[in-house]
Write a protein that binds this ligand. Structure first.
Ligand code: UDP
Ligand code: MG
Length: 332
């Protein structure tokens, strides 16, 4: 559970960054324009922090020259390591690939478009030294997003928190620092459907928020569209709540009770006042409504069955084509 009571428990713990390693995980999809800028900012920031680090870049099947740019930086600085996925697997999976490869005692997933300001890393590490196992960035100002995006995001958090029993902190993204222990727990989660925000909250540990203003993308374009966001929201809710399928028993029960009441009413009315004119319109309304409700219920069921099917197939989460800069090569 994410809590702000963390500092109390945390005061018992003191850690030091000395001798520890930090892993940054940077998923990259069509980011050739922004990568030079990203590495320049990271280098400048890391120089101030006095901590040993690596940057695990995951090329998520980019169609532009992202890989070439990443390899250029790998050649310049061996701390830049590159995992080249066999195709585009999506950010969540690219992140998981990075988590599997990172060796740091502290791990920070970071977007390369500089929407996750590198200056925050120092605050994250300070929170970790003060005892937090997870220090997560919270956007205090979403004015960079369109009003529609803000509105839908808020609706999503509200629905998610009501339906599931983990609490997603409002406006927290993937940008955070995690202790090695937390990363190990995340890596053990077997599900293929990786709704990272939810999994991050599910693991628990001592979590501390770090507020920041989220800037606009430095260059390039966001690859998120509304349809994708909708599916993302569905993934999130279905993997953390069964309410959308359980609710249909109750809808059915209410409809059943209404039907009985209606039957009693019609029988009584016929006995008292004789037979009425056949009620065609009311019949149509009832038929159409029950048809719609049944389709909705079957659809909700389908969402879960499809996800069970995906999990049961047990395919690996991602396929790595090449790795650059890692000591141990993937076993063939
Ligand atoms: N990304 C990825 N695979 C994808 C889509 C995005 O690895 O299929 C990466 C992208 O390169 C960036 C991060 O995920 O580093 C966030 O993507 P984006 O900026 O498009 O998302 P937004 O900031 O709009 O949520
Ligand atoms: Mg972005």
């Amino acid at each position: 559970m994410t809590s702000s009571s963390a500092p109390l428990a945390a005061s018992l713990v003191t850690r030091s960054r000395v001798g520890k390693r930090l892993s940054l995980i940077a998923p990259c999809y069509n980011e050739q324009e922004v990568l030079d800028l990203f590495f320049a900012r990271i280098d400048a920031e890391m120089a101030k922090l006095a901590v040993d680090y690596e940057i695990v870049c995951v090329n998520d099947g980019s169609r532009d020259h992202t890989l070439a740019v990443l390899l250029k930086h790998h050649q310049r600085d061996p701390r830049v390591k590159v995992i080249n996925l066999a195709r585009n697997f999506g950010k969540e999976v690219a992140l998981s690939a990075g988590l599997d490869a990172a060796v740091g005692d502290m791990v920070v997933p970071i977007d390369v478009d500089l929407q996750d300001p590198p200056e925050l890393i120092g605050q994250f590490i300070a929170a970790w030294e003060a005892g937090a196992d997870v220090a997560y960035g919270v956007r205090v100002d979403r004015s960079a997003d369109s009003p529609l995006k803000r509105f839908t995001a808020q609706g999503f958090y509200r629905a998610f928190n009501r339906l599931s029993d983990v609490d997603l902190p409002y406006n927290a993204g993937d940008y955070r620092l995690m202790d090695r222990r937390v990363v190990e727990v995340l890596r053990q989660l077997p599900e293929r459907n990786r709704f990272m925000k939810g999994l991050f909250a599910w693991v628990g540990f001592r979590q501390t928020p770090v507020p920041y203003a989220r800037p606009e993308r430095a260059a390039g374009t966001s690859s998120w569209r509304y349809w994708k966001l909708w599916n993302f929201a569905l993934d999130g809710i279905t993997s953390f709540s069964t309410a959308p399928i359980r609710i249909w028993s109750y809808v059915g029960a209410v409809a059943g009770v209404l039907a009985v009441a209606m039957a009693v009413f019609i029988v009584a009315r016929t006995l008292l006042f004789g037979r009425d004119v056949p009620g065609y319109p009311s019949l149509m309304v009832v038929i159409l409504m029950s048809f719609g409700l049944q389709m909705l219920a079957i659809g909700a069921l389908g969402e879960y069955v499809a996800r069970i099917y995906q999990e049961v197939k047990g395919r690996p989460l991602y396929v790595v084509m090449d790795r650059y800069g890692f000591e141990a090569q993937e076993p063939a």
